[in-house]
Design a protein around this ligand. Structure first.
Ligand SMILES: [Zn+2]
Length: 275
């Protein structure tokens, strides 16, 4: 399921940016389709992925090949597409380049996998939790550091210039700023994390001009779900995208809150709920 169903006819869909299509998401996507007593019930993010049954607009549904298990497929629809897409579609990471990823949860891990698939030479994972750095290394990070070690590592790997690409995968002004600072002059800083509307990021007028860095948002991995889900499945089939390895545990719906606790504590990459 896609939480941005492409309508197929608007300027975004026709212009190659269907991930920005507002047409269905802001209309049909939020129409309540069920009743719980007197209460109307809609699907969260237009997909309602914790529900056992849901009614969706047709463009929200992307057909997957029969050989793809549901647990593997379930990872693609949001986090993996967002992260891998940020590296492949938004940043278009070049082979041999240097990459830093700040925030190594499930989406950050997906960015790391995308950078690895793109052929990045150095992929530096940054996170407060050592457990997440260990996970990051399993999925392709060549280095892992806590934030206080980043400057020294950057000096060693890039000669102090900074990285070619930086990805912020948390959604905080402080880490967006840190990502911008971590990329080299002329480099690209990509904001993947979903932050708050009142969390302002400060840049001075001189640096934006003089450093000539690109600061770009990445919403849903700049994906076209009609073709990119299949692209990810083919990378998975070829052994180049590790999806099974991202499933740390499987639980029933009754344990959904514990699964969120595990995610917040950094104990898991992804939990899959089996209905
Ligand atoms: Zn559209």
């Amino acid at each position: 399921m896609s939480w941005v169903p492409p309508c197929g006819t608007c300027r975004y869909c026709l212009g190659g940016q269907p991930n920005l299509c507002p047409t269905i998401m802001l209309s049909e996507g939020f129409v309540p389709r069920f009743r719980l007593g007197d209460e109307e019930v809609g699907a969260l993010a237009g997909t309602g992925t914790f529900a056992e049954e849901v009614v969706l607009p047709a463009p929200s549904v992307v057909r997957i090949p029969d050989d793809v298990p549901f647990d593997v497929a379930s990872l693609i629809g949001c986090g993996v597409m967002t992260g891998v897409g940020a590296a492949l579609n938004t940043a278009r990471v070049r082979p041999g380049s240097s990459v830093v990823v700040i925030g190594c949860g499930g989406v950050g891990i997906s960015v790391i996998q995308g950078a690895r698939i793109a052929g990045a030479a150095e992929i530096v994972a940054v996170d407060m939790l050592e457990s997440k750095l260990d996970a990051a290394r399993r999925f392709g990070a060549t280095h892992g550091v806590t934030p206080d070690g980043l400057a020294e590592l950057s000096a060693r790997l890039t000669g102090g210039d900074g990285f070619d690409y930086g990805f912020e995968v948390i959604g905080l002004s402080s880490t967006i700023r840190a990502t911008f600072d971590a990329v080299r002059r002329g480099g690209t800083a990509v904001v993947v994390g979903a932050g708050r509307g009142d969390d302002e990021v400060a840049f001075n007028a001189f640096e934006l001009f003089y450093l000539e860095k690109t600061l770009v948002g990445s919403c849903y991995g700049s994906a076209d779900v009609r073709t990119d889900f299949d692209r990810l499945i083919r990378l998975w089939r070829a052994g180049r995208l590790d999806l099974e390895g991202m499933i740390s545990q499987k639980v029933g719906l009754a344990d959904v809150n514990r699964a969120f606790d595990d995610m917040k504590a950094g104990r898991v990459v992804r939990t899959v709920i089996e209905m």
